[in-house]
Design a protein. Sequence first.
Lengths: 163, 573
Amino acid sequence: MKLLIVDDEERFLHSTQKLLNRKGYDVETAPSGEKCLEILGEKAIDVVILDVKMPGIGGMETLRRIKREQPMTEVIMLTGHGTAEYAVDALLRGAADFLVKPVSIPELIEKVEAAMARRMVLEEKIRAAKALKAAEAGLSTQSSDPAGPEETITNTANSGKKQ
Amino acid sequence: MKPESADNIMRRTILSSMILIPIIPFILVIFIGYFYSKIAIENRTVESMQRIVEDHRQMIDTFLRERRTNLEFIINTHAFEDLNTSRSIEFVYHNLRTISNAFVDLGVFDEDGLHVAYHGPYQLEGKVYKKEPWFKEVMETGVHISDVFLGFRDYPHFIIAVKKTENSRTWVLRATIDTHIFNTMVGRIRIGDTGEAYIINRDGVFQTQPRTGGNLLETDPSRLKYLKHHDGIATYTSLRDYGWFGGLSTPVHDDYLVATVWLKEKPWLLVARQEKRDAFSGLRAVMYMIISIAAIGSATIVLVAFNQTGRLLQRIKDVSGEKAHLENQLIHATRLAELGQMAAGFAHEINNPLQIIRSEQALMDFILTEMKEKKEITNDQSIEELEDSMHQMIVQIERCSGITQAILKFGRHTEPQIEDIELKDFIPEIAGTISNKASVHGISVKQLIDEETPMVRGDKGQLQQVLINLFNNAIDTIVDRHGSHGGKLSISAKAAGDKWVDIAVQDNGTGISPESMEKIFSPFFTTKPPGKGTGLGLSVCFGIVEGLGGKMDVSSQVGRGTTFTVRLPAATA
């Protein structure tokens, strides 16, 4: 499982990355929305933890673009501006969850795992649907699309266990 | 400028205009009224005096003319020879007396002034009057009426003499008139208390006995001014003589209203006079009345002015007090809103560092656990202390987080969902949610919802928040005072006028000190121990109630309890 934490607070990125690494997660960080989209373009990311209030394109705009380009990527909003309007707005735009700072690290991990599980359920359904479609078409070409991420997940899980 | 002196200036201004504006026309009317009644009374008095003097002149003239014509009748109907004996004159005299008993005697004179026949109380026959002025005059003019004089008899009298010439013989008939009768006739003239009449001759000598100021046949020089010859009636009076106020202030006894007229039969002046004090007593009555009206009227105006000014000022004071109160409330509300916004911004900024501290703490905790597991640190006591410290960090972060959450709630400006709320249903519902907590602390909860309570306009969620906050505060303060026995909490609702509904939450808790009362709705003000309350509950409630267009108030007495009143707009039916 690969995480991306997006926040304009460098120290938050630094210590959270270190902590989650120690807990066995592969964590990338980005200090801005633009950087976040850049990384998403290069690397396969499963879950994004996204701050709302940032310089440049804010969290809500970043969320919109992520969901447009990679709808399968789960996004958890994490913000100091915990208003109901923001939360509703974010959830409507496809965010998996909306957390208000300061959130405890165990809770954050719990939410990340939940988002991951959701994503996996979703992928499973998509794969099953595709397999059904392929069987119906009588084609045996296994699409590389769903296989890619599955391997990555397995790899990540393995590497976590190794450490 | 002190507000008190401004008050005084206003009082003076209002008072002076309220007194002066009605009193000026009032006094003016009074003066005009006085002036015209004065003129009317004066004219009437003078006219009546003139009428009296004229009537009496006619009467006296008639008397003199009749006496004269009596004698003329006798002299014309008799020859000298008929009357030149005592017997014949006596006979005629007695006839004359039947006409008028004013005749005292009767005598006949020949042209040389010899008194040839006489009938009367004296012995005058044989006396010669040739050189007497009266005899000379009667010989010249034919008729003579004398002034009053004492003569031989030493008794005041006057005479009437007439002359006749026939067959080259001239003779004179003379009669004496009883001054007493004449005097009585003139003296009978009475006007008011002090009015009188008398006659003076051309030299100012009294011809009749005046009631005051002199005696018969004396001269009073002060009356000589009347003697100037004039036609008709002359009156002597002027404003200056008796003063503007009718001699009210200085009673003058010797100042008179005088009317004079010359007699036609004889150059005698009939003088009628009356003390002005008496003559114009009507004027004085009017004056008294006017002074009373002016005094009562002015007093009424002044009293009413004072009364109205007092009321007006009180009203102004009430209104400005109300205004000041509203201004204070407005300032308070504005300040609260500003504080709310500032606090919200502040909370947002605090959340970021809090999140970092949390991450750091989690990292430290993780590393510590690892080190412990790997036996890199072995001092159990130190580990325990570190773990306790770590735990405290979590607790304190949670606390900060609680505060920022509360602040954010406080500063949030969400549009209320306004609807009509039926308090008869709504309040028991809310009270139900705290009934458990209340019964645990032995608090009896009473609900006094008036049957007539109208529905209120508000947001159910917000109103719930306000009421629960008030209930919780009430329970806390009750527990502080009574522990778990004897607490009383009452929730009442009733209409306040047509437009408002009051919801009151009353407790018998510790009460609020006057110093705390001032700050009770300010954010972050709390009397609870540190960590127990954010001091935002009541200020949030205050903000909500203001936002709903209502008012929140508190009254409290230390040691007796507190009542919070929420006044909300009633739903318009």
